[in-house]
Every structure is written in structure tokens, then in C-alpha cells.
Design a protein around this ligand. Structure first.
Ligand SMILES: [Zn+2]
Length: 220
């Protein structure tokens, strides 16, 4: 691990314009495919129905702020074993159940550097083990929420480009570039692994009226 001479990934489809994907916790198209793209394990959105029929669901309780596990930097994964694979699957099931766009291990009470994020319009699932940020660029303010802070949404400034290195579930090191909302989601989750929570970065909390408008938009 940590071998940066591993597979390098520059997937054009993951480099999106900032406006392309900015849906706060939202809907997810059904799909059943598991595939590997350039060494990145990306699992397409799997419908709850399918999962219920084919797999044992493992929905964990999401830890809410304040909690020590959320504010403590996570430990590196030393070995990718069954425990880590199960953790990735648990994160997925829990994220779907709670309707999030990303979730990190400490949010289900596991202090390891593991997180997943939904990317792009296809809502592909990016699995990140021991992710590190290699490069960021730009800055953008957008609305963020967090499964560990139910009902709290605020404006957060983040880079609008990120390049990361991480490991997939097969132990392959990959690099990935992302922009816009994808970059935001990735950085939000990596913050979790460092014990950093988004409320410390909120510049302005959304008002009740703004929240209602946002929820109404999601309903459509
Ligand atoms: Zn969060």
C-alpha cells in the first residue's frame, strides 16, 4: 500500500463541470452492475429491492454529532480483508438507507480510513480506502449537508477540483480526479477520516425557508 506507482486513473467522465451534479441528498437510479473501471471499483446504484432479494442488508446506525468517533482522526487500513469488504458493503447499505451521497466509516462507528461517495449523474459508487489528497484547485461555495447532522445544511467553501490517491477493495492503488460537486463530496468524506466535521466550515446556515424550498425541489 502507498505504492504510488499503482494504476493511474484519469477518467474523463468523472471530471464534471461544477453545475453538472449538485443534487443534495436525492434520488438514485436503480442498477445492478458491479464493474471495475481503470482499476477503480465502482459499483452502480443498486436498488434496495434488488439488494433485499439477493443480499443480506447491513444497515448500521449513523452516529450523530456530537460523538468522539466523529472528531477523532481514523487509523490507516493495514490490510484489506473480509472485515474491510464487509465495512464497504455496510457503508453502502447504510448510505442508501439514509439517502446520503457519501458516508465515512466513523459515521458507522468504525475508526478506519474508509469512505464511499456517489459520483456523477450515474451515481456510481467510489470506494476509498486510505485516501489522500494529492492536489486541489479553485474554490466554490455550495450547500452541504451531512448524515451525522440531520437537518443542518449550510454554505461551505471547498476546492472545485481534487486529485486523490486511494486503494480499492482489491488493494489496487488508484488516482482519481474530480470536479464540482463530486470534488466536494470526496473532500467532505476525507475530512471525516481526519476527524474534521463540516459544521466547522459552514459560512452560513440555511434558513428554514431555504430548507423548505430545497426539500420541495427534491420532491419534484
Ligand atoms: Zn458528513
Amino acid at each position: 500500500m502507498g505504492d504510488s506507482s499503482g494504476i493511474s486513473v484519469t477518467d474523463e467522465t468523472l471530471q464534471r463541470s461544477e453545475a453538472a451534479h449538485r443534487t443534495p441528498p436525492g434520488k438514485r437510479p436503480a442498477g445492478t452492475e458491479i464493474r471495475s473501471t481503470y482499476g477503480v471499483t465502482i459499483r452502480q446504484g443498486i436498488s434496495l429491492k434488488y439488494r433485499n432479494e439477493e443480499h443480506k442488508m447491513a444497515i448500521k446506525k449513523v452516529v450523530e454529532h456530537p460523538a468522539k468517533v466523529l472528531s477523532t482522526p481514523c487509523a490507516e487500513v493495514k490490510e484489506i480483508n473480509e472485515e474491510i469488504i464487509t465495512l464497504l458493503d455496510d457503508l453502502y447499505d447504510t448510505m442508501v438507507e439514509y439517502d446520503g451521497v457519501g458516508i465515512a466509516a466513523p459515521q458507522i462507528n468504525v475508526g478506519l480510513r474508509v469512505a464511499i461517495v456517489e459520483l456523477g449523474e450515474e451515481r456510481d459508487i467510489l470506494e476509498m480506502i486510505n485516501p489522500t489528497v494529492i492536489e486541489t484547485d479553485g474554490a466554490e461555495v455550495d450547500i452541504e449537508g451531512c448524515l451525522s447532522f440531520p437537518g443542518l445544511y449550510g454554505e461551505v467553501e471547498r476546492p472545485d477540483y481534487v486529485k486523490i490517491e486511494a486503494c480499492d477493495r482489491e488493494g489496487r492503488v488508484y488516482e482519481l480526479e474530480a470536479g464540482g460537486f463530486d470534488a466536494r463530496a470526496i473532500l467532505h468524506e476525507i475530512d471525516h477520516l481526519d476527524g474534521v466535521l463540516f459544521d466547522s466550515k459552514i459560512k452560513r446556515i440555511l434558513t428554514e425557508e431555504e430548507l423548505e424550498a430545497m426539500y420541495a425541489e427534491e420532491e419534484e
